[in-house]
Design a protein around this ligand. Structure first.
Ligand code: ATP
Ligand code: MG
Length: 365
């Protein structure tokens, strides 16, 4: 019996509704695979910020440093600006724990309509590998001559050789892994890497990015890869999403691509995400893409798929590959049956009844 010690941060709004759903599935699949979970729960949230003035206590990071993983529901509240939850919780965790990969799997499920014509279940199945700690989102820059006609703002992007190299290498490792387990299906796309660039317009950082991608891929002759300018890549993501397998992208480009891709797959309620420290010297953080959804919070109708799929990503990262696949297959089976779904997907199920359907699918295997 392996024991995984999880730091649990349900957060705000529907975060607190979808986290129990994900835990129920973890428990069920854990029983079948000999995995025990222990949870330490933290009330870090915008609600805490409103009463205590901080998202988390000053020694917050030290309290979760030793856990095997961090599972977060969602943070956000009306009246609390996004930068509070970002800079007060999410960014410190990502940076201090060197979670330099943001991983967003995209899959069109049978039984779920994609808004994109021609996005066929079973064919659209790719991952966006986003750089998560450097790049365009830096604090370096400034503003001058406020209010005057010559007013200007400068924002620097920071790309380091080490930072780009480790991100690209992660993408290449993932492509190799996807090619090997895709081998039975023999899709020509499995293991294909696409690098998002804009070296025709951004003349310093993006050529540097391209050079490193070329150097790292040259070390792995078996990997097929290509690069696309971000504008053309965005168009292809909508026109022909089945052509992609692993997309590696800088922080800004990856941010945009992953939201676009989530929309292609059928909505924010199903999208999972992981902030990974692949070196495993710190815990990684798993959080569904959606926010706290104050408009539906407290009504028990949040779609738990994003959180449950995120739990599958956590299992995968912790080395429980079979258990992870079982959870993803259970989600796919419930969707394919076209019976139970939450209101955001046009159904009438509650968070609890949808989760029960997933639990039944797990047990039915
Ligand atoms: P936050 O401030 O926390 O980012 P938000 O409302 O800005 O919250 P989301 O929480 O992502 O952003 O919500 C965007 C929209 O998608 C809302 O209408 C919300 O109800 C809906 N939504 C998000 N997640 C889910 C979900 N899991 N199930 C159903 N609807 C969802
Ligand atoms: Mg928001």
């Amino acid at each position: 019996m392996t024991t995984e010690r999880i730091a649990l941060i349900p957060g705000d709004g529907i975060g607190r509704e979808v986290v129990p759903a994900a835990l129920a599935v973890l428990e069920a699949v854990g029983r079948r695979h000999g995995i025990a979970f222990t949870y330490d729960e933290f009330d870090w949230s915008c609600e805490r910020y409103l009463t205590e003035g901080a998202m988390m206590p000053a020694d917050g990071l030290d309290r979760i440093r030793g856990h095997d993983a961090i599972f977060l529901g969602a943070v956000g509240a009306p009246g609390v600006p996004d930068h509070v939850s970002l800079w007060g919780l999410l960014i410190p965790i990502r940076r201090q724990f060197q979670q330099y990969v943001n991983l967003r799997p995209i899959r069109v499920f049978d039984g779920l309509d994609s808004p994109v014509r021609g996005a066929v279940a079973g064919e659209v199945d790719f991952v966006v590998v986003r750089e998560n700690v450097e790049g365009e989102y830096s604090e370096i820059g400034g503003r001058m001559s406020r209010g005057f006609p010559d007013e200007l703002a400068v924002q620097e992007a920071v790309f380091t050789r080490a930072g780009v190299t480790r991100l690209v290498d992660f993408g290449l490792d993932l492509a190799e892994r996807r090619r090997s387990y895709g081998a039975a299906a023999a899709s020509p796309r499995d293991g294909y890497v696409t690098s998002a660039t804009k070296s025709n317009g951004i003349v310093h950082t993006m050529p540097f990015w391209d050079e490193i991608v070329a150097e790292r891929t040259a070390l792995r002759p078996a990997i097929r890869w290509d690069q696309e300018h971000i504008d053309a890549l965005s168009a292809k993501l909508v026109l022909d999403p089945a052509r992609f397998d692993v997309i590696v992208a800088s922080n800004l480009f990856g941010d945009i691509l992953s939201d676009l891709a989530a929309a292609v797959a059928g909505g924010i309620g199903i999208a999972p995400a992981a902030n990974l420290n692949p070196a495993r010297d710190f815990p990684s953080m798993f959080e569904p893409v959606h926010g706290s959804a104050p408009d539906i919070a407290g009504r028990g109708i949040a779609n738990p798929i994003g959180a449950i799929w995120t739990a599958a990503m956590m299992l995968d990262h912790l080395g429980h590959l079979e258990a992870a696949a079982e959870v993803e297959n259970a989600i796919a089976a419930v969707l394919a049956a076209r019976e139970v779904r939450t209101p955001d997907l046009g159904g009438t199920a509650t968070t609890t009844s949808f989760t029960q359907a997933v639990l039944d699918a797990v047990e039915a295997r």
